[in-house]
Design a protein. Structure first.
Length: 362
């Protein structure tokens, strides 16, 4: 495959852009944003999460779809080694810091910690932003990792399952919402477990499955047509649609929430943006020679992309709160966050990843 090297590097670089978008989405929690327009734009840059989800679906499918048999244990071990060690360390530090600062040493606090380190907090609206708040998306990612080998089996039999499976999961999500709503009506406290249709669509795999499947579909398209289907403008089209979707989400704002907090916003965020914005952008980055793809393929952006997971975990929460006690200058904060992220990637995340992969006890 002629574009193999650039495909990997440019899509690694785009991870940094997605992480920075989420950073800007949380920016006004720590810094005043005096411009109403800037505030409105930043408030919709949660779409960086959608970019991550499409990218996960694409990369996993591009790498593993053609395997005749996926060794499930080895596959999960690799995904676990990549995601969990850093998450566990930073989550534990976060909870210890909160416990000391707020003098919280209760069974309830321990319960919330356990929900966080097991990823179950992602199903409970009451705890969705506990610990490392942005870590809710890892619950969605982990569900995809556990289920994707079985999805591949079905899709290999009939491509129609690319459409059927997301619909089934969306339906199952609505059934679960109704089921737990009925339980609440009986006075049983569920702490926001699958609390509402909008919660399910915005924060759980049942609602976000479409983004992963758009990534899967793109991977199959790339495998088949990359060397035969030439384009020039898909990078620009993808960027243009993403900008348009941000504008539409701004206009759909409900109260003080995000545009995606209404059903038309969910449609834009979970389907229109990934399908007509993110997927064309990825195709363009893979197949087209542009200034954008060259920048994202540079050594700097590849390193920033590789360290973007650490950046994503530390950009909002305890670390930034401490950082702002040193200086509230946003440029200082951004530079330090990137430097610390690179350090964590090189000297903690990568060594732990390798050690867990080689471990015979897992």
């Amino acid at each position: 495959m002629t574009a193999n090297k650039e495909y990997f590097t440019s899509l690694t670089g785009i991870r940094a852009i997605a992480a920075y978008m989420v950073y800007l989405n949380h920016f006004f929690f720590f810094h005043p944003v005096y411009s109403k327009t800037a505030f409105a734009v930043f408030n919709e840059l949660h779409i960086g999460v959608a970019i991550f989800f499409v990218l996960s679906g694409f990369l996993i499918s591009y790498r593993y779809f053609d395997y005749k048999h996926i060794n499930f244990k080895v596959f999960i071990k690799k995904r676990f080694s990549r995601i969990y060690p850093m998450y566990f360390i930073l989550t534990t530090i976060t909870f210890i810091s909160f416990a000391i600062y707020k003098n919280q040493y209760t069974i309830t606090y321990l319960k919330i910690y356990i929900l966080n380190i097991t990823f179950f907090r992602g199903f409970f609206q009451d705890y969705i932003y506990s610990g490392i708040g942005q870590g809710w998306s890892l619950t969605v990612e982990e569900m995809f990792y556990f289920l994707v080998p079985f999805f591949f089996i079905l899709i290999k039999k009939k491509k129609i399952f690319l459409f059927i499976i997301p619909l089934v999961f969306l339906g199952l999500g609505m059934v679960l919402v109704h089921f737990f709503d009925e339980i609440n009506n009986f006075g049983i406290k569920t702490f926001g477990l699958m609390n509402s249709g909008l919660f399910m669509l915005n924060f759980t795999f049942f609602g976000r499955i479409t983004e992963f499947f758009i990534g899967i579909g793109l991977a199959l398209f790339v495998k088949k047509y990359l060397n035969n289907f030439k384009t020039k403008y898909f990078t620009a089209i993808g960027v243009g649609v993403i900008v348009l979707c941000v504008y539409l989400l701004m206009t759909l704002k409900v109260g003080k929430g995000d545009g995606k907090d209404c059903y038309p916003g969910v449609l834009i965020n979970n389907l229109i943006l990934p399908l007509f914005g993110v997927a064309p952008l990825f195709w363009g980055l893979i197949s087209e020679k542009t200034i954008f793809s060259r920048i994202l393929s540079s050594r700097l952006f590849v390193l920033l992309g590789k360290s973007s997971y650490a950046f994503y975990l530390i950009h909002f929460g305890v670390f930034v709160t401490l950082l702002n006690k040193i200086s509230a200058n946003f440029l200082f904060e951004f530079v330090v966050l990137n430097l610390v992220s690179v350090f964590l990637y090189l000297y903690i995340e990568t060594p732990l990843n390798r050690r867990f992969r080689k471990s015979q006890h897992f």
